[in-house]
Design a protein around this ligand. Sequence first.
Ligand SMILES: [Zn+2]
Length: 514
Amino acid sequence: MPCVWDYTRLKQLVQSASSNRKAAELPAFVERMAPAAVRIPDCVVELKGAGVRMRIQMDATPPYLTWRAILVFIVRPLIILVAIIVVSLTFLLAFSATPVVNLPASLTALGQATPITVQVSDPHGIRRIAALVEQDGTRHRVWEKSQPSRRVLWQRRVADSTWNFTAGTGTTPQLHEGPARLIVEVTSNDFRGSTAQAERGLVVVTRPPTLSIDSEQHYLYLGMSDLVTFNVAGSWTEAGVRVGDQRFRSWPMPGGKPGFFSLFAFAWNMPAGTVPLVYATNAAGNEVTGQMVIQFPKKEQPKYRVRDLQLDDRFLQKVTGELDPNGSGDTVARFLKINAEMRHANNKALSDIRLKTEARFLWSQPFLQQPNSTVESNFADVRNYFYQGKKIDQQVHLGYDLAVTQHVGVVATNDGRVVYAAPLGVYGNCIVLDHGYGLQSIYGHLSEIVVHEGDMVKRGQVMGKSGQTGLAGGDHIHFSMQLDGVQIDPKEWWDAHWIRDHVAKRVDLSDFGY
Ligand SMILES: [Zn+2]
């Protein structure tokens, strides 16, 4: 029975406490001070104040349990307590967060041990994250991580987190080749601890793809191209040819024939001994490579010429004025920046145009060299730049400089589509034609362009006029070709026999006139 008291009864008790010498003064004192100074535990009332201290033992019997006491000491605190609990719970719930889980778009397959990265955003952090793989109605837990719970004093503004784990047949041998589902569950680290999950349908891949490659002889010459055909079986996502760190796409054989082909380049600067490989990868990250029959005729490799170019002030003024109009300072330094940095950026931009290609041959005849032109510079000439007798730079010239007369019509080397027609730094006014399957031709230094991006052009069609825009000292056409973004020597493509033997005979190049 709790000790409750009645105020009137307390006054009576105090008045009757005749042992205290100041008892007579107490009633008034109690009236003034008592409510604030009363202590109930152990049924002892202690009154303090104005130099008076008094302890009264109270009896805890029912007569003192008045309705007022019940209201004051039981009901009211109870209501307050419930209210506090309700408000707190509402507050805790209202401010609890829900996690957001993101699985990478690239995740489409599980292999032996496939790395998986999960992004989680939750302002209160997470208490638990678990990954499951479901196959044939059975769920396998493949990974789990927990953190200490924070139900009340949770963290705030927790940064998004990244979780890495691997899953696959290595750790879950019950999985077999075929479709499955990855489920990632995340629980927020706060009061409510709400759980969110992300799901992804994927395939379990246990076998790498298989390759079978043609048995043709593939001759490799620096700066030149070749074509390989192959078949790929099994589950695969990407296949092509890898030469050093360069990759060349593969395409389904034209004309509905089975198999694939890749046009690839052996770049002018590829280290001797580099072996081109046909490769195929699957979504589980397995890669298989295969070798083609290659020949690398050492003695017949192209020898790059070295050319010395004398720069004069008139040329430097022309180039810097055109390509660095707002620059200031030393003209030679400005020229060097253009010749290195701008050239590099322009070659990168050209390489990126490889993606604007069509999966079909847009041409059916050998490529044309600019009619009546004189070759002034060869592909991959090494150029030493001299100024006032001193060598100041060296660059490799990736193309042919073809001179005819001033402002001669620049013709399309073959049928194709205009994929670029605008100024391009050192190349001046520049046109890029796509001929399909990643093969493109490039025309630089034009004084005038009369075609537009998207136009289809015919072999021999005039697309503009030669000039000396960009890094050019005289009127000429800079002509070059690229294969999947790697600049190549165009001369093979000017050769009908080479095209017949290396392209037309290996794939169905319909109506190739040779
Ligand atoms: Zn050139």
